[in-house]
Each structure stands twice: as structure tokens, then as C-alpha cells.
Design a protein around this ligand. Structure first.
Ligand code: BDR
Ligand code: CA
Length: 306
């Protein structure tokens, strides 16, 4: 089977770690490059975490360091969710710095996209700073991008602000650039992330899946994206799930914009289901998820991570 070439833009992050693992061990995806961006914790930490994960899985995928802060806003971290290191709960070996490119993430993405025979899918599971910079600095990449599958945004309420989701709220200006880029955009936001849950019994089962299972189980003891009792939210895996099993989603084509001026609502994604803004559809929004299919899919996918 021909593998689909993707670039993951990430800020590990415990749920990022799960998503990266699933992508790396999928027979259907070819992870060409991983780029890092300040998000859950600072740029140095997310980059070091990415290298640690690659070492853990014995994979040598190029990694490029990107933006250390949002375009305009000051950085805001989520250490309350992922811990001070961004991946608290497991004692990883130091990563292998030979995987780290000397070039900036924007340059590395540009090169990877332009040199690819097949259009590349971008999978940002972090604030959209790197992707916005890429599209502004090198607009020619648009001709070889198949789609951008984003974990971010919400059609209802937020997890960072009342209405705003973390990845969009941290860098709303960047998100606006990406959503209005004219590219094929898919949004797997909180509407599905809040239902993509791992319960204690699932977590215990995951622990039996060898070294990866034990590692993820340990991280889950520290992850505050939901409570282990009421379900841990596997936000970032929702973007990978779209690539591998889109039939688990109820998807709506609609217009999405990002609020930049609201006193309380900056960083909200306006998912214009009723067409108030009279704009053409620009995003495929994952509105709902079949929780049974998701659970079955994620457990099988994690079992493959060895
Ligand atoms: C998003 O915010 C981060 O904390 C997670 O890694 C995920 O990408 C969920 O809102
Ligand atoms: Ca993330």
C-alpha cells in the first residue's frame, strides 16, 4: 500500500505523544518530518520531548524546531495539564540530537513539501504559528499541500477560554491565517476531542501492550486532560484518526473564522453552521464521533506501537 506522506507539527504534550506514536507505527502513514512549536510547554522542552519519543521508539525521523512564541500574543503554557516537562510521568532517556535538523521548521517544511512527488498532508496538533509562517513566507507550498488536518477549535465551548480551544487561543492570528488560506482544511476540535476518551479500564489494558503501553500508562497517571476516572481526552489522536478512519466522524462542510477582537472571545472559532456570515465553506468540521469505533481504533493502534 502506498503510504500517505504527512508532516506533524506538535508540542508534546501527553496527548501529542499518543498521536505521534500511532502515526509512526501506522502502515498507512509516512511521517516525513516532525516540526515543533511552543505550546503546551516552551520550544526547548517540546523539541527535547519529541527527540525523546523518537529515541524511545527507535525511529529516526527528521525533527525541526519552529516558533518559540505566537505571532503576536505572549506564550501561554499548559503545564497544569501536561506537567512542568510537558510529558511528566515517565523517565525517558535523552533523545538523539542527530535527528534534529539545523534548519528552522519553516525551511524544513518548505523543502519537504516542494521535494515531495505526492502532495503532503500537514497535521498540526499544536498552536498554528509554524503553519501560518510557512504559508506567508513560502506561499508556493500551497500547490503541493493536499490538506491540513488540524486538532484545534470548537463549534461549542472552549477549554482555554469560555469559547476558545487551546491551540487556537494561544495563537489566534496564526489560526486565522491558516483557516483563511484557501487550502483544504479539516478541523478535529473539542467537539470530538471531548468524546475521544480513555477510561481506567482502557488504561489498564494499554499497560499490557509492552513497553509503549507501560510508558503511556505512566504518562496517563499525570495527564490532566480530563480525569482518569471520567475519561482522559485524546485530543491530538483525533487528527490522526481522521486520516486513518474518517468514518468514525460526522463531518459538516461549513465556514469557519477566528475571532480576533472579542473582549472575552479572542481565539474562538466561529463555526458558521447556519450561514450568518454569508461566506463560502472553507473547512470540513468533525462535529461528532462514534465513541465505540474510536475506542476500538485507538486500542488497536496503540497495540501496534512497539
Ligand atoms: C490541545 O491543547 C493541548 O494541550 C493538547 O496537546 C491539544 O493539542 C487540546 O485543546
Ligand atoms: Ca498538542
Amino acid at each position: 500500500m502506498k503510504k500517505r506522506p504527512i508532516i506533524i507539527d506538535t508540542d508534546p504534550g501527553i496527548d501529542d505523544a499518543v498521536a505521534i506514536g500511532i502515526a509512526l507505527f501506522s502502515e498507512e502513514l509516512d511521517v516525513k518530518l516532525i516540526t515543533t512549536v511552543a505550546g503546551n510547554v516552551d520550544l526547548e522542552k517540546v523539541t527535547s520531548n519529541t527527540l525523546k519519543l523518537l529515541k524511545f521508539w527507535n525511529k529516526s525521523i527528521p525533527v525541526a524546531k519552529g516558533a518559540s512564541c505566537p505571532l503576536i500574543e505572549k506564550p501561554v503554557y499548559a503545564t497544569n495539564v501536561h506537567g512542568e516537562s510537558g510529558m511528566d510521568g515517565y523517565n525517558f532517556e535523552k533523545g538523539d540530537s542527530s535527528n534534529l535538523l539545523k534548519t528552522h521548521a519553516i525551511e524544513a517544511m518548505y523543502k519537504t513539501i516542494m521535494e515531495s512527488d505526492e502532495p503532503i498532508t500537514l497535521v498540526p496538533i499544536a498552536p498554528l504559528t509554524n503553519i501560518a509562517l510557512l504559508l506567508k513566507v513560502y506561499p508556493e507550498v500551497k500547490s503541493n499541500i493536499k490538506e491540513i488536518v488540524i486538532m484545534g477549535g470548537s463549534a461549542t465551548r472552549g477549554n482555554k477560554g469560555v469559547m476558545s480551544e487551546f491551540n487556537v487561543a494561544v495563537d489566534p492570528e496564526a489560526a486565522k491565517i491558516v483557516f483563511s488560506s484557501g487550502l483544504n482544511i479539516v478541523m478535529a476540535g473539542l467537539d470530538v476531542g471531548w468524546k475521544a476518551l480513555i477510561y481506567p479500564e482502557d488504561s489498564k489494558l494499554i499497560k499490557t501492550f509492552g513497553t509503549t503501553g507501560e510508558m503511556i500508562y505512566s504518562l496517563f497517571q499525570h495527564y490532566r486532560g480530563g480525569g482518569l476516572k471520567n475519561g482522559l481526552k485524546m485530543y491530538d489522536s483525533c487528527a490522526i484518526a481522521y486520516l486513518l478512519k474518517p468514518e468514525m466522524y460526522t463531518i459538516v462542510d461549513t465556514y469557519v473564522d477566528v475571532e480576533l477582537n472579542g473582549e472575552f472571545t479572542k481565539g474562538t472559532t466561529l463555526v458558521d453552521l447556519k450561514g450568518y456570515l454569508k461566506q463560502p465553506n472553507n473547512v470540513r468540521v468533525c462535529m461528532d464521533i462514534d465513541q465505540e469505533i474510536f475506542k476500538d481504533w485507538i486500542l488497536k493502534a496503540l497495540k501496534k506501537c512497539i
